[in-house]
Design a protein around this ligand. Structure first.
Ligand SMILES: Cc1cc2nc3c(=O)[nH]c(=O)nc-3n(C[C@H](O)[C@H](O)[C@H](O)COP(=O)(O)O)c2cc1C
Length: 177
């Protein structure tokens, strides 16, 4: 059976640079089936305890949870909004955590972030590295791509050092699948 890998840009932007990076990276893997997720395809209200008490857990949160149960690995790239997760991702993540605290199901994860700025989403990436393992993530490697506009092209990562760094991390992730 071919291994399955979920690629997720943790953003709801239609032009998400994190979705581009997650998709590009997952497609470098060999012999895997990539499922590219878009948070816009999940009909999820903003997480709130009152909504949950009144309506229960939305069907699309369960659908996303099942996708994570059925995958063999996750490539996620986080958008950074004011030093933290995008609201769309955080809300989906909160819903998932109400179904199962082990949101990431012990799957190997390649954890990334990119932004147009020089810090490459380092703040949100550090937050996730510190907390995702408690939520069932097996973070095999992490990677931050600064200055997306300058460092990424249709052929991938332009800067040779960054390209080599990501390639090494892709290899580690591939071995962990
Ligand atoms: C509300 C808001 C807050 C932002 N805050 C940050 C930030 O703290 N750090 C950063 O590097 N970029 C920040 N940005 C710029 C984002 O990195 C940029 O919009 C990027 O494209 C987001 O990733 P995405 O394209 O995958 O959605 C912010 C953008 C928005 C709209």
């Amino acid at each position: 059976m071919m291994k399955k890998v979920v690629a997720l840009g943790a953003s709801n932007s239609k032009k998400s640079i994190n979705k581009i990076l997650a998709s590009f990276t997952a497609n470098q893997l060999e012999g895997v089936e990539v499922l590219l997720l878009d948070l816009n395809d999940f009909d999820l209200p903003l997480y709130g305890i009152d909504f949950e008490n009144e309506n229960g857990i939305p069907e699309d949160a369960r659908r996303l949870n099942t996708i994570l149960e059925e995958t063999d690995g996750v490539v996620v790239s986080l958008a950074e909004h004011n030093g933290s997760y995008s609201a769309a991702f955080k809300s989906a993540y909160d819903w998932l955590s109400r179904i199962d605290k082990k949101v990431w199901k012990g799957n190997p994860m390649l954890l990334m972030a990119t932004s147009p700025g020089g810090r490459g989403g380092a703040t949100v990436l550090n937050a996730a590295m510190a907390t995702f393992p408690r939520m069932g993530a097996n973070v095999v490697a992490s990677f931050s791509l600064p200055s997306f506009g300058a460092n990424f092209s249709a052929d991938g990562i332009v800067n040779p050092e960054l390209r080599d760094d990501l390639n090494q991390k892709i290899k580690l992730f591939q071995e962990a699948l």
